[in-house]
Design a protein around this ligand. Structure first.
Ligand code: HXC
Length: 496
């Protein structure tokens, strides 16, 4: 089956597996049940009535991964470039409907030249029917898109509507308008790789969530993700026996004594989660914030942490977008949220203001406030200004807020604050530098600690780092029956 010997060889020469090989690699052995093998197009234009397109260029069906059911489709580039006509689209929508009805994940493998040009508006209709279902299924079942070839034109909008996008170096290419159009319209030359290759989509645009060096590595990433996430919004994620973090991560020694020295927030994460096992999402983009899945006492949690290693962990347009969407994902699938806070605030500057940091930053406030899953926050070091509020503060509905003794909770950092509120005293002092130092010190002693917030009940307890895991474990245990009633509404209007 497929598009014949020559097309299959061409596929292999590009370092790509065939659609059928991909399905086999992804699913448990002998678990694939194929549907609609004999469905083909009914188009008569442009001599299409003389063209046989086996399986209409897409393989669809259901199978198992790790013994759990999934719906899959895999576009077959060897058949008319995997282009999407109406029959091809209807095969896909059939497995989408199955996935939604049965409550199982949908995994789509994309390798296609886009809308089948000969079928005209019928191809567009097919895409529309897919986008509609992507949207209806959003937050009900997990939807995973795997880009293993071109994903051109409007075709990119199906992956963009799904939860997680997987790409492979040198193989994946995603773009709305291709190099030829860009050359015609703008006179600019660019390769497909530089326009929308795997690195571009994971490092610059944030469109893709997981980057792999090979198709096999990509399949492994999909299977690993599926061990962490629930398989529908009605089922809990797979629970594993609890395991302590590895002893090599000593939580007491991660934060440097100097307040401005960076450290890797992932070390903190690994020192509190089961077996120190952390699956980072969108690792290569907006890395001033870290998001991902882990387990605590065997149960999946979603983790959001500022990353002091990158731009001191500030919030900006991209990191707000990244975290906000992840929080909504966790909330939709009933995954408790653990937030680790260490940030100097929002990134100042004209670029950020003009890029819409107000609108994007608001997404973070919205998604934390909207989320009704258990929300646990630990303030490690800096929590200044809007950043303090935005990073799942008590005021946005955090259920449990802990702070380490190193926490500094204030409207802004001591330097900036002292310069403003003691401006006159500093300017008129005989030695302004001395006076500034004294005032910074005075401000630090008063505010750069967690005790004022603790005295006001904004945090529940000041804990040593070594008690972090135990505090989170206890919080999760007592929140298993959490319910939070919200006013009836059709839906809110988030700032996107
Ligand atoms: C019909 C297509 C096709 C398409 C490729 N083929 N794309 N047939 N409709 N959209 C066919 C080719 O004619 C060829 O057939 C075979 O697939 C393999 O294609 P090649 O061009 O030989 O492959 P390659 O050199 O690897 O280039 C791949 C490609 C290129 C970069 C994807 O084919 C390409 O640019 N295709 C068009 C991409 C595009 O602009 N699509 C429409 C976007 S508009 P033979 O018979 O020779 O083997 C769109 C609107 C959707 O998608 C809107 C929804 C909202």
């Amino acid at each position: 089956m497929g598009g014949g010997e020559q097309a299959t060889q061409k596929q292999a020469a590009m370092g790509k597996l065939t659609a059928r090989e991909r399905v086999q690699e992804l699913l448990d052995a002998d678990s694939f049940h194929e549907y609609d093998l004999f469905v083909e197009h009914t188009c008569n234009d442009f001599d299409m009535d003389k063209k046989r397109l086996p399986a209409d260029g897409v393989i669809t069906g259901t199978g198992m991964i790790g013994g759990h059911p999934v719906s899959v489709f895999a576009q077959d580039f060897t058949v008319a470039g995997g282009s999407l006509g109406l029959a091809h689209a209807r095969k896909i929508t059939k497995v989408m409907d199955h996935a939604l009805k049965m409550g199982m994940p949908l995994i789509g493998i994309n390798d296609s030249g886009g809308a089948r040009i000969q079928e005209g508006v019928n191809s567009l209709a097919g895409y529309g029917e897919i986008f509609y279902r992507n949207t209806i299924a959003s937050g009900v079942i997990p939807q995973l898109s795997v880009i293993l070839g071109p994903c051109a034109g409007g075709a990119v909008y199906s992956p963009a509507l799904t939860d997680f996008v997987f790409v492979v170096d040198k193989i994946s290419k995603m773009f709305i308008t291709g190099p030829e159009v860009i050359k015609t319209v703008l006179g600019e030359e660019i390769s497909m790789e530089d326009l929308g290759g795997a690195r571009v989509q994971t490092e610059i645009t944030g469109n893709a969530h997981f980057f792999a060096e090979s198709e096999m590595e990509c399949m492994g990433q999909i299977k690993r993700l599926l061990t962490f996430i629930p398989w529908s919004n009605k089922a809990p994620a797979l629970a594993l026996p609890p395991r302590p973090p590895k002893v090599s991560f000593d939580i007491e020694r991660i934060i440097p004594p100097e307040a401005n020295k960076p450290y890797d927030i992932r070390d903190v994460i690994r020192s509190i989660v089961d077996n120190s096992d952390f699956l980072e999402v969108q690792e290569r983009w907006a890395s001033n914030i870290v998001i991902g899945f882990a387990r605590i006492e065997g149960q999946t949690v979603g983790i959001v942490g500022n990353q002091p290693l990158v731009m001191a962990g500030v919030l900006d347009v991209d990191s707000s977008d990244k975290a906000a969407r992840f929080i909504r994902y966790c909330d939709a699938f009933n995954i408790p949220l653990v937030t680790l806070v260490d940030l100097p605030g929002y990134l100042p500057g004209v670029d950020q203001e003009h890029a819409g940091v107000i609108r994007h930053g608001a997404k973070l406030l919205y998604s934390y406030s909207e989320a009704t899953v258990p929300k646990i926050t630990v303030i490690l070091r800096k929590a200044y200004g809007g950043g303090y509020i935005a990073m799942c503060s008590r005021h946005l509905g955090a259920d449990f807020v802990f702070a380490w003794p190193t926490a500094e909770i204030a409207v802004m950092g001591p330097e900036g604050a002292a310069n403003i509120i003691f401006r006159n005293e500093i300017q008129t002092a005989a030695n302004p530098d001395e006076m500034r130092k004294k005032k910074v010190q005075e401000y630090s002693e008063k505010f750069a600690n967690p005790y004022i917030a603790a005295a006001n009940g904004h945090i529940d307890a000041v804990i040593p780092p070594s008690e972090t895991r135990a505090s989170i474990v206890h919080s999760l245990r007592v929140s298993t029956n959490k319910t939070e009633i919200r006013p009836t509404r059709k839906h809110g209007i988030p700032p996107f």
